[in-house]
Design a protein around this ligand. Structure first.
Ligand code: GLC
Length: 393
């Protein structure tokens, strides 16, 4: 695999950050379109988007401690407000609101903490008349809109040093119309420019061209092509952007089950947080990141750079493998044994990660039995059993 893709393949876990003016009304990042808020009215929220407690080092520390290897920040979401310095529009964080280049500070923090730098960029832009009029009603303003989009991507790829990943997004316009095609976006031209400016960048599949990696959203279904790089982006509650009324947070065990389900099919999980207008993260998000970090400290080796393995997970959860090691992610720990049917692999020994417990192994034809396990789960959620394959099995 090309070197510039390898880090992504091995990362396992990253942090998605949805942050922008939409944090002020606090009803998710789609409020402008869903509630049909006129632009002038929406923009009255800009002064309250203060970023006064914005500390990207705090985000980066939380990410690193959670076992994450990269972050992706919404440089511009569908509302069109830019978190970066841009000559294309005064609707940006340097000219209004925070009066600070939020993207610039974020990029520096990523680098300080050894995280790969990802930027999310929405080419749908509800603030641009061309996007809302469409190419048939107004070809001139459509051309203006596409040129404006290309110019913004050029700025992002020129002004912040090395960007490791660009995460495009797609969406309908203010009228709910999906008007975009790769030709209308001039996506090949756009991506060629990006690669010229950032030769090692990874691009997702939402410029409507396949590019480097596939994105699953709010599900953990792998792409059909088992060799394609992919990532599943998932929220902790039901929204991406700040929505304080939404307290429907997943339990940490649920997040870890999703993580193991993605890893078992060679994917990365991009786990979302939605900071408040001041840049702070809510306590339920911090708690989950901290709990994830504790789990990753013990079990991270079972998540990174693993590949699918043919072991059935029906009786305990799911599994993955690397070289001679097989990892069983035990979602359901049911007393002192696990029986696995239809097993063609042979194992010599096994341990429970984070303990010194030796697992006893019996092969009974195609039936594999792990026994003499601790009666009670050796960890509060999802313990991992590491089995060593017998050579040539
Ligand atoms: C969906 C949402 C969008 C969000 C994205 C993240 O497309 O509509 O707001 O940014 O998911 O994948």
């Amino acid at each position: 695999m090309e070197k510039y893709r390898k880090w992504f393949r091995e990362a396992g876990l990253g942090m998605f950050i949805h942050w922008g003016v939409y944090a002020v009304p606090g009803r998710g990042e789609w409020a402008m379109q869903q509630e049909q808020i006129p632009l002038e009215k929406y923009d009255t929220h800009i002064p309250e988007f203060t970023a006064e407690n914005y500390d990207p080092d705090d985000w980066a520390r939380l990410a690193v401690n959670a076992g994450m290897r990269y972050m992706v920040l919404t440089a511009k979401h569908h509302d069109g407000f830019c978190l970066f310095d841009t000559a294309t529009t005064p609707r940006n964080a340097v000219r209004q609101g925070p009066r600070r280049d939020l993207v610039g500070d974020y990029v520096k923090a990523c680098r300080r903490h050894g995280l790969k730098v990802g930027l999310y960029f929405s080419w749908p832009d509800w603030s641009h008349p061309g996007a809302n009029l469409g190419p048939d009603r107004s070809p001139e303003s459509w051309t203006e809109y596409i040129n404006f989009t290309h110019a913004q991507v050029r700025e992002l790829c020129s002004n912040y040093g090395k960007i490791d990943l660009l995460w495009y997004d797609k969406a309908p316009n203010m009228n709910g119309e999906y008007l975009m095609t790769p030709e209308r976006l001039r996506a090949s031209e756009l991506n060629a420019m990006v690669r010229q400016l950032q030769p090692e960048i990874l691009l997702n599949d939402r410029s409507l061209l396949p590019e480097d990696f596939y994105t699953a959203e709010q599900n953990i279904k792998a792409p059909d092509d088992p060799h394609r790089l992919w990532e599943s982006c998932l929220t902790m509650n039901k929204h991406w952007g700040y929505f304080p009324a939404d307290n429907q947070y997943k339990p940490i065990s649920g997040i870890i089950h999703e993580l193991t389900g993605v890893a078992a099919f060679r994917g990365n999980m991009l786990l979302n947080v939605g900071p408040a207008p001041d840049g702070s993260l809510r306590q339920p998000e911090r708690e989950r990141l901290e709990a994830l970090g504790k789990w990753m400290t013990v079990n991270g080796e079972a998540i990174r750079n693993v590949a699918p393995c043919p072991l059935s997970g029906a009786t305990y959860g799911c599994a993955a493998a690397r070289d001679n090691d097989t990892y069983l992610y035990v979602h359901w720990w049911h007393r002192d044994r696990i029986a696995i049917p239809n097993c063609d692999l042979k194992f010599s020994s096994g341990t429970v990660l984070g303990t010194d417990h030796e697992v006893r192994i019996r092969h009974d034809g195609k039936h594999l039995v792990l026994w003499d396990l601790p009666q009670n789960p050796p960890a509060p959620f999802c313990p991992v059993i590491k089995l060593r394959n017998l050579p040539n099995s």
